[in-house]
Each structure stands twice: as structure tokens, then as C-alpha cells.
Design a protein around this ligand. Structure first.
Ligand SMILES: *[C@@H]1O[C@H](CO)[C@@H](O)[C@H](O)[C@H]1NC(C)=O
Ligand SMILES: *[C@@H]1O[C@H](CO)[C@@H](O)[C@H](O)[C@H]1NC(C)=O
Ligand SMILES: *[C@@H]1O[C@H](CO)[C@@H](O)[C@H](O)[C@H]1NC(C)=O
Ligand SMILES: *[C@@H]1O[C@H](CO)[C@@H](O)[C@H](O)[C@H]1NC(C)=O
Ligand SMILES: *[C@@H]1O[C@H](CO)[C@@H](O)[C@H](O)[C@H]1NC(C)=O
Ligand SMILES: *[C@@H]1O[C@H](CO)[C@@H](O)[C@H](O)[C@H]1NC(C)=O
Ligand SMILES: *[C@@H]1O[C@H](CO)[C@@H](O)[C@H](O)[C@H]1NC(C)=O
Ligand SMILES: *[C@@H]1O[C@H](CO)[C@@H](O)[C@H](O)[C@H]1NC(C)=O
Ligand SMILES: *[C@@H]1O[C@H](CO)[C@@H](O)[C@H](O)[C@H]1NC(C)=O
Ligand SMILES: *[C@@H]1O[C@H](CO)[C@@H](O)[C@H](O)[C@H]1NC(C)=O
Ligand SMILES: *[C@@H]1O[C@H](CO)[C@@H](O)[C@H](O)[C@H]1NC(C)=O
Ligand SMILES: *[C@@H]1O[C@H](CO)[C@@H](O)[C@H](O)[C@H]1NC(C)=O
Length: 490
């Protein structure tokens, strides 16, 4: 009897689609045929994750529900045994398209097909999965636009279609998804000008639109998303002022406005309005005004990234007082230091023992640094102080840092290069051009085997070029011009 069952099931699977129409009444064929249809549209399964999807195993007790044990499938619904509730096939190497028949899995709660090589469209029929809670299609090669029918999956809480090639608009029908918590469409080609209707999605905690083609203004209505933790519109074509209510969502920890055409200024009370802010970026926009000193009242802040705007005036003196800053990028603005007290910010950064990036380059900081860079965090690996009017000498103990990038060019530095500079263990880039550095080029530079750029041009260096530089096999850029050097470049 058992053997007969197996033979019957095997032949059933071979001719599944034909047979199922006749037998679906008896064996809950809708979910089985949907799964078989899914498999049939997978063109390549290099890791054989769907190999179990043919086997009917040795289980003769519940042959109709055997697909519930297939890899990635589960049916843990007591009231409807044999109905699929979860399909998880993440990072399985699958190549193919997504079968529209998945829409027949009407009790499906979780569909995770992320990190495969699926192409084609997102099937509109997924809107028929009215119980769908999590839909993760990220990191595939999906095309077309987000189907409006998704607005019918009114229980959807997590939608992630990031890292695909989706086009079109965000369909307005999604305003139906009042329980949506995570909306992630990062790195697609989606456009849209007016998303003000999305302000009604007040359950959102993650609103992640970065790397698309959104234009127009950021809608004031987004301020209604009172539960927002993560807000990312980086790298779009948004313009105009950021509405004040956005800076008033007190849950926000991550706010990235970078790489747009946004303007206006940051509200002065931001540090009190966003007490949990951990990551704040306006990199590469047209913001102006001052850097609010209340940033020093937000102890959670680790990344303050304001490079490439038109901020002016001084850098707030207590900016580092809470000691948690890791990435501090204020370069390429109109910030200034004229008096020694304007450099107090630098002293406060000594509190930040995990500081990795110090970028205040391309501003108008004049005068001497009040403490040595080497007295800042031991974790510093990126220093950009170039393009200011800094006076003084280069600290001899720089080599204690784990620097990867050092830019001191276009300043008023004097003295000699530190003889131990070659002890910097992992540096790739050294730019010290356009200063008034004198003396000889240290032999030790030849020890930095992974150095890829060295620019010491436009200084007052003399003597011969050390032959040790000939050992710099990774060097792609070397500029020693406009000095008083003699001899040959090795
Ligand atoms: C079926 O049972 C036989 C013997 O009981 C066993 O050798 C075989 O591995 C089983 N096959 C599967 C797919 O479980
Ligand atoms: C299953 O889905 C397909 C495609 O969406 C549809 O044409 C078909 O009618 C569905 N079958 C059943 C039994 O619901
Ligand atoms: C979706 O899947 C990707 C890749 O497996 C994962 O990195 C991401 O965190 C998932 N998205 C959500 C919202 O959980
Ligand atoms: C999107 O399309 C471009 C151009 O065809 C292709 O190079 C890129 O790999 C695609 N990206 C994804 C995630 O499929
Ligand atoms: C909104 O959801 C309801 C209930 O699921 C559904 O009947 C309706 O068609 C949906 N509206 C849109 C625009 O999708
Ligand atoms: C955006 O759309 C809303 C209605 O959906 C409308 O009230 C508002 O004026 C629009 N904004 C712009 C800038 O077009
Ligand atoms: C958004 O909510 C407001 C107020 O509840 C309502 O008047 C408006 O119709 C909603 N907009 C959409 C697109 O659902
Ligand atoms: C919207 O953007 C345009 C273009 O930058 C700008 O003129 C307008 O003032 C903006 N509106 C708001 C409310 O910021
Ligand atoms: C910010 O939030 C406070 C308290 O919720 C509210 O009184 C105030 O009007 C809001 N300001 C803006 C600009 O939305
Ligand atoms: C905000 O920070 C500044 C500078 O550290 C401090 O003087 C001030 O007392 C703080 N204000 C509040 C309300 O904590
Ligand atoms: C932080 O830096 C200030 C100087 O700006 C100093 O007075 C203070 O003691 C430091 N606090 C800590 C905790 O290191
Ligand atoms: C270049 O490197 C080799 C091998 O690492 C070493 O023997 C030699 O002394 C170095 N030459 C100079 C000029 O530093």
C-alpha cells in the first residue's frame, strides 16, 4: 500500500499541473501546485535547495501535506493544516522568475526570497496574500514597478525590495497599509515627486528610500510618522527646505539627507528635539547657517556628517563633550576659526576615544591646533585638515595612530617631516603639498609598502630623493614637484 502511495505521488508530481486540477479537492492542491509552479520557473538551482521539492519522502501518514517539510516551507497553522504560511529561500542562489501562482498561497505570512538572482516582475497576484506580514525580495534583479495590488495585503508590516532594478512610482494604494513598519526600497530606479500621502503610514519605523530618483520637496506630512527610527532619503534629487516637523520626530536615531539638493538650515534646538540621534548626515547638499551647538546635548551621536554644504561660523566648542563621536565630517564648508578659543572644539574631541574620522578640511580654520592630533583617539584612521590656514609643525608622534588617510595639504605648516613617518603601519594616502615644510624626505617613507598616493609637492624640501621610495610598489601617484630636491626619482 505504502509503495503504491509513493508511486502515485511521484507520478502526480511529474504531471503535477495536469493532475492537480482534477485532484485538488482531496489533497489541498492549491498550495502544492503554487509551490510546484514556483519551482518550475526556477531556471537554475546551483545548491539544489529545491531538490527536496520533488521527494515525497517515506511519510505515508499525511502524504497530502508532505510539501510542508520541503526546504524553506512551513505550514504551522493549526486551523488549516497543510496550508503554507512561510516560504523562506533567502540566499539560495536561485535564478529565475517569481511565479504569479504564489498568490494562491492565501495564508502566507512570510515570503522571503531575498539575496537570489530572481528577475522579471513582482507578481501583482501577491496582493491576494491577505495575511502577508513580511515580504522580502531584496537583493535580486527584479524589474518593473511595484504592483498596486500590494495595497490589498493590508496586514503587511515589513516590505523590503531594496537592491533591485525596480522602476515606476510608489503606488498610492500602499496608503492602505496602515500597519506597515518597514518600507525599504533602497537602490532601485523608483521615482516620484509627491509622496505626501505616505505621511499617513504612521506605524513606519523604517523609511528607507536611498539611492532612487525621487524629486521635489520632502513632504511635511512625513512629520506624522511619529514612530520613525530610521529615515534615509540619501542620494536622490530632493530639493527645497526640510520641513521642521521632520526634525521633531523624537524617536529618530538615523537620519540621512545626504547627496540631494536640499537647502535651509538645521534647527538650533535639534539636540533637544532628537535626543536619540546616533547618525545625522546632510553630506553634499546646499545647507547653510550654523552648526547648532545643541548637537553637544545629544549624547548618543556617533556620526555627524555635514561635509560639502555652506555651513558657516565656528565649530561648537563642546561638540565632543559626550565622548561618543566616531565619524566627524565637517569638511568643505565655510567654517572658521580666527581666535584660539575657536579651536576649543578640537580639545573637546579628545573626549571621543573611539573617534575614527576627523574631517574639517576645506574650511577657513586659521591658527594652531591646541593639542596634538596624536592625543586624540587612538582609533583615528582618517584625518583631513587640508585646505585651511593651519600653522605649526607636523607632530612627530603621528605614527602612533592607525592612519589610512592623512591630508594636511594647502596649509601653512612649517618644520620638517617626522623621521618616523614610515612607521605608520597601514597608511594608503599622504597629502602634505602646498605648505612650507623643509628638510629632507625621510628614508622611512620607503617602508610603507601599501602606500598608494604621496604628494609632498610645493614645499621647501631639499636633498636627494631617498632610494627607499623605489620600494613603494603600490604607489600610483607620486608628486614631489616644486621643491629643492636633487637626484632622480627611483
Ligand atoms: C526512506 O526509508 C528508507 C528505509 O527506511 C531509507 O533508507 C531512506 O533514506 C528514506 N528516504 C527518505 C527520503 O527519507
Ligand atoms: C492560482 O494562481 C493563478 C495565477 O495567479 C491563477 O490563474 C489561478 O486561477 C490560481 N488557481 C487557483 C486554484 O486559485
Ligand atoms: C531582507 O533580506 C536581506 C538579505 O537576506 C537582509 O539583509 C535584510 O535585513 C532583510 N530585510 C529586513 C527588513 O529584514
Ligand atoms: C540593474 O540593471 C543594470 C543595467 O542593466 C545592471 O548593470 C545591474 O546589475 C542591475 N542591477 C541589479 C541589482 O539587478
Ligand atoms: C485596501 O484594503 C482593503 C482590504 O484589504 C481592500 O479591500 C482594498 O481593495 C484595498 N485598497 C487598495 C487601494 O488596494
Ligand atoms: C502633494 O499632494 C497632496 C495631495 O495628495 C497635495 O495636497 C499637495 O499640494 C501636493 N504637493 C505638491 C508640492 O504638489
Ligand atoms: C491621510 O489621512 C488624512 C487624515 O486622516 C485623510 O484625510 C486622507 O484622506 C488620507 N490620505 C490618504 C491618501 O489616504
Ligand atoms: C520646494 O522646492 C522648491 C525648489 O527648490 C522651492 O522653491 C520651494 O520653496 C520648496 N518648498 C518648500 C516648502 O520648501
Ligand atoms: C514639535 O513637537 C511638539 C511636541 O509634540 C509640538 O508641540 C510642536 O508643534 C512640533 N513642532 C513642529 C515644528 O512640528
Ligand atoms: C547642553 O549642552 C551644553 C554644552 O555642553 C551645556 O552647557 C548645557 O547645559 C546643556 N543643556 C542642557 C539642557 O542639558
Ligand atoms: C571633555 O572635554 C572637556 C574639554 O572640552 C574637558 O573639560 C572634560 O573634562 C572632558 N570630559 C571627559 C569626560 O573627558
Ligand atoms: C627595499 O626592500 C628590500 C626588501 O624588503 C630591502 O632589502 C632593501 O633594503 C629596501 N631598500 C631600501 C632602499 O630601503
Amino acid at each position: 500500500m505504502a509503495i503504491k502511495w509513493q508511486l502515485w505521488m511521484l507520478s502526480l508530481i511529474k504531471h503535477a499541473l495536469l493532475l492537480l486540477t482534477a485532484t485538488s479537492q482531496t489533497i489541498n492542491g492549491d498550495d502544492l501546485s503554487a509551490l510546484l509552479s514556483f519551482k518550475s520557473l526556477i531556471r537554475n538551482d546551483p545548491r539544489q535547495v529545491l531538490s527536496s521539492w520533488d521527494s515525497i519522502g517515506n511519510d505515508t501518514n499525511m502524504p497530502a501535506h508532505v510539501f510542508c517539510r520541503w526546504t524553506g516551507v512551513s505550514c504551522n497553522n493549526c486551523r488549516h493544516p497543510g496550508r503554507v504560511t512561510t516560504l523562506r529561500l533567502s540566499a539560495a542562489g536561485l535564478v529565475g522568475t517569481i511565479s504569479p501562482q504564489l498568490g494562491n498561497l492565501t495564508l502566507l505570512r512570510v515570503l522571503d526570497l531575498s539575496a537570489n538572482s530572481l528577475d522579471g516582475d513582482i507578481p501583482a497576484s501577491l496582493g491576494s496574500c491577505r495575511k502577508l506580514h513580511t515580504l522580502n525580495l531584496s537583493r535580486n534583479h527584479l524589474l518593473g514597478s511595484m504592483p498596486a495590488d500590494l495595497g490589498q495585503s493590508s496586514k503587511l508590516a515589513i516590505f523590503d525590495a531594496g537592491y533591485n532594478n525596480l522602476t515606476g512610482n510608489v503606488p498610492k494604494s500602499l496608503s492602505n497599509l496602515t500597519t506597515l513598519m518597514k518600507f525599504i526600497i533602497k537602490r532601485n530606479i523608483i521615482h516620484g515627486k509627491n509622496l505626501s500621502w505616505m505621511g499617513n503610514l504612521t506605524s513606519l519605523t523604517h523609511f528607507v528610500l536611498d539611492g532612487n530618483r525621487f524629486t521635489g520637496n520632502i513632504s511635511e506630512s512625513f512629520g506624522k510618522m511619529a514612530n520613525l527610527i530610521y529615515f534615509n532619503v540619501r542620494d536622490n534629487q530632493l530639493e527645497g527646505h526640510v520641513p521642521l516637523p521632520i526634525f521633531n520626530i523624537s524617536c529618530i536615531r538615523f537620519l540621512d539627507l545626504g547627496f540631494n539638493r536640499l537647502s535651509g538650515s538645521i534647527p538650533l534646538d535639534i539636540g533637544f528635539k532628537l535626543p536619540r540621534i546616533n547618525y545625522f548626515s546632510t553630506i553634499a547638499n546646499h545647507f547653510e547657517g550654523i552648526i547648532p551647538p545643541t548637537f553637544s546635548n545629544t549624547s548618543a551621536i556617533e556620526s555627524l556628517l555635514l561635509r560639502g554644504n555652506k555651513y558657516h561660523d565656528t565649530i561648537p566648542r563642546e561638540i565632543g563633550i559626550h565622548g561618543n563621536l566616531k565619524f566627524f565630517a565637517l569638511g568643505d564648508n565655510m567654517l572658521q576659526a580666527t581666535r584660539p578659543s575657536d579651536w576649543e572644539f578640537f580639545t573637546s574631541l579628545a573626549n571621543c576615544s573611539s573617534l575614527q574620522m576627523l574631517d574639517v578640511g576645506q574650511n577657513n580654520l586659521a591658527g594652531a591646533m591646541p593639542i596634538s592630533i596624536a592625543n586624540l583617539s587612538k582609533e583615528l584612521n582618517w584625518i583631513d585638515l587640508g585646505g585651511n590656514q593651519i600653522i605649526g609643525t607636523i607632530h612627530t608622534d603621528l605614527w602612533k595612530l592607525k592612519l589610512i588617510f592623512l591630508n594636511l595639504s594647502y596649509n601653512l605648516l612649517t618644520g620638517t617631516l617626522p623621521p618616523d613617518i614610515g612607521r605608520l603601519p597601514s597608511i594608503n594616502y599622504i597629502y602634505i603639498s602646498h605648505n612650507r615644510i623643509t628638510g629632507q624626505i625621510p628614508e622611512s617613507l620607503g617602508n610603507i609598502s601599501q602606500l598608494s598616493s604621496l604628494d609632498l609637492s610645493n614645499n621647501l624640501l631639499y636633498g636627494s630623493v631617498p632610494v627607499s621610495l623605489g620600494n613603494l610598489t603600490e604607489l600610483q601617484k607620486l608628486d614631489l614637484s616644486v621643491n629643492a630636491l636633487t637626484g632622480q626619482i627611483p
